[in-house]
Ligand binder design. Structure first.
Ligand code: LMR
Length: 398
């Protein structure tokens, strides 16, 4: 039955982790998968998350199923974290379901779109996170791309993006990265979010915001200013939330999918479809990660400790951006690397030819996905000179 299946090529991002692990070189550097790392190369569990987890385990008396929508406190608190006071105002128009991480949220959104409007097209940025198209497209929904990145200036190709969106037919869905655009690190300004909202409104387009990095760009509030602007103005908004990065809950797969619908009746109907989609795919979500996040958000002291820890991670990533830009500029004063410091979150695109990226991985033992996306959190005081030397050696390689 399965004999005709061919072996698939490795996943563009997860394959990097596997190749890195296989490499015996003691000085190898992993700038691949998007996980935060501290100066020792570890991905810590935030103290507040540990404390909440310990308390939960001590108190838990049953492992009986959570309901199809998951942990309702989690749903309420995580949407409030994203939307702020607006969450209260929009509450009756909002349908939220706990999902299997941010990926589960994206897929839930795609399945729901496919059920409600099978001909709807989802437009994703060019480039976008390597798993967006496989993850959304596998639901059967049609995908297209809109211009987003201008490699020559390493900034948002905003005019082209806006013109493109302004030509889309009503009902088209536009996937936007809430903050810390993956893979470019290039984010929209609040003014640009406003201009996008104008076009979405004018053309009757539906925003679908992927919020995987709240708190990783500047802070928990500024990072969602664009999302909140859209939520305030748009009649319908889809939102995928991940707790992987900001809560350090990667393997627990905690996330949520929310829709702000046109009215309360539609939101109620949507909630039943969300539950049915989940039931047909995996029945009910896991409890652990969402219960931890709910506890952190519901306890003022834990919440503050978590926010402080998150702020320290962000400060470190900003320092690393400056450090790498500095070391590269010292080696190649003729080239401009200041773009590294202007970008947000963990990622930047090196913008090198494919041959140079292959050489970085195979000859220099500095690992990254084939698009040349680097995870700045993989840089450290200990390896920054090695990384800068390696990059400078392959610049110009074709
Ligand atoms: C990434 O972009 O590296 C992360 O979001 C991890 C993943 O699943 O790809």
């Amino acid at each position: 039955m399965f004999g005709k299946l061919e072996t698939l090529p490795p996943d563009p991002i997860l394959g990097v982790t596997a190749a890195f692990r296989r490499d015996p070189d003691p000085n190898k550097v992993d700038l691949g998968v998007g996980v935060y790392r501290d100066e020792y190369g570890n991905t810590p569990v935030p103290q507040a998350v540990r404390a909440a987890e310990g308390a939960l385990i001590a108190e838990q008396t049953t492992k009986v199923y959570v309901g199809p929508a998951g942990n309702l406190e989690f749903n309420e608190r995580i949407v409030r974290l994203a939307l702020g006071p607006l969450a209260g105002e929009l509450g009756s128009r909002t349908a939220t379901i706990q999902t299997v991480g941010g990926c589960g949220a994206l897929r839930m959104g795609a399945e729901l779109l496919h059920a409600a409007a099978p001909d709807a097209v989802v437009h994703v940025s060019d480039p976008t996170w390597a798993n967006h198209e496989p993850l959304l497209g596998n639901s059967g929904i049609t995908l297209r791309r809109y211009p987003y990145y201008e490699p020559t200036t390493r900034s948002v190709a905003f005019e082209r993006m806006l013109e493109h969106l302004d030509r889309l037919p009503g009902g088209a869905v536009v996937l936007l990265h809430g903050c810390c655009h993956n893979p470019t690190g290039v984010d929209l300004t609040l003014e640009q979010w406003g201009a996008i909202a104008d076009v979405l409104e004018k053309r009757g387009l539906v925003p679908f915001v992927d919020l995987a990095y709240q708190g990783f760009g500047d802070d928990l509030e500024s990072d969602v200013a664009g999302l909140r602007l859209l939520a305030r103005r748009m009649p319908t908004l889809l939102l995928a939330i991940s707790c992987s990065k900001n809560f350090g809950l990667y393997r627990e797969r905690a996330g949520a999918f929310a829709i702000v619908a046109e009215n309360e009746a539609t939101a109620r109907a949507i909630a039943t479809h969300q539950a049915r989609i989940g039931r047909r795919m995996y029945s009910m979500p896991p409890d652990h990660g969402a219960a931890i996040a709910a506890r952190v958000l519901g306890d003022p002291a834990l919440r503050q400790a978590w926010a402080d820890e998150l702020a320290a991670m962000v400060a470190r990533m900003k320092q690393l951006r400056a450090l790498l830009a500095d070391r590269l500029a010292a080696r190649r004063p003729d080239l401009d690397f200041s773009w590294l410091t202007r970008q947000k979150g963990m990622f930047s695109l090196l913008g090198l030819e494919a041959a140079a990226i292959v050489a970085l991985c195979n000859e220099e033992h500095v690992y990254m996905p084939p698009d040349g996306r680097i995870n700045l959190a993989g840089v450290s005081d200990a390896n920054v000179d090695r990384v800068a030397d390696a990059i400078v050696r392959v610049i110009g390689r074709r």
